[in-house]
Design a protein. Structure first.
Length: 186
C-alpha cells in the first residue's frame, strides 16, 4: 500500500515577488525600448508640432507601464511605473539624440543650417538685436557646439520627465497597486 506524503507547509507559504523594474529586468528594457522607438519615430514626423513632443512622450511612458503589465501580469506600483517610464525616457532620449545629431550633421554639412534657422528666427522676431546676435553666434563652430549641447540636454530632461510622469500615470490608471496605508490594519 502506498501512502501519500504530507505536503510541506513551509514550501507552500513561499510567494514569489514580482521582479523589480530596472535595467536588469529584460522585459522592462524591451518594453521601454519598444515604446521609446515608437515615440521617437512619431516625434520625428511633423504631425503635431511642438505639442506632439508632449503628447508622444507622455503616451510612451503611459503605454510602457500598460504593456509591461500586460506582458508580465504583475501589477505595478506607482514607484514601478515611475521606473518603467524612466527606462523608456532614458532609451527614448538616447534614440532622439542620435536622430538629432544625425540631422545636425546633414544640415551643417550643406551649410544650410544657419539659413534655415535664420529664416525661422527672423519670422518670429524680425528686428530684435538679441536675435541677430544669437544668429551670428550660431554661424561659428563654437556657437554651434553650444547650441547642440544645450538642445541635447533640453531634450534629455524633457523626454525623461514626460516619460516618467506618463509611466506613473499609467501604473495608477491601468490597475496599479499602492502600498498598505496607515489605516489598513485595524
Amino acid at each position: 500500500m502506498v501512502t501519500a506524503a504530507a505536503p510541506n507547509p513551509a514550501a507552500s507559504t513561499v510567494s514569489t515577488a514580482p521582479p523589480r523594474v530596472n535595467f536588469h529586468n529584460a522585459t522592462a528594457v524591451r518594453t521601454g525600448l519598444l515604446m521609446a522607438s515608437v515615440a521617437s519615430l512619431l516625434t520625428a514626423l511633423p504631425l503635431l508640432g511642438p505639442p506632439g513632443l508632449v503628447i508622444w512622450w507622455l503616451t510612451a511612458g503611459f503605454f510602457s507601464s500598460y504593456v509591461y503589465r500586460r506582458r508580465t501580469g504583475h501589477f505595478l506600483t506607482v514607484d514601478s511605473g515611475l521606473r518603467m517610464g524612466w527606462i523608456t525616457g532614458l532609451l527614448g532620449s538616447t534614440i532622439t539624440s542620435v536622430f538629432f545629431t544625425a540631422s545636425m550633421v546633414v544640415l551643417t554639412s550643406g551649410g544650410g543650417f544657419a539659413s534655415v534657422y535664420q529664416e525661422q528666427m527672423l519670422k518670429m522676431s524680425a528686428n530684435d538685436p538679441n536675435v541677430r546676435q544669437a544668429l551670428k553666434m550660431m554661424e561659428t563652430s563654437g556657437g554651434m557646439a553650444v547650441f547642440v549641447i544645450v538642445a541635447l540636454l533640453f531634450l534629455f530632461l524633457i523626454i525623461t520627465f514626460l516619460c516618467t510622469a506618463g509611466g506613473a500615470l499609467g501604473a495608477k490608471l491601468v490597475g496599479g497597486v499602492s502600498g498598505p496605508g496607515p489605516n489598513t490594519a485595524r
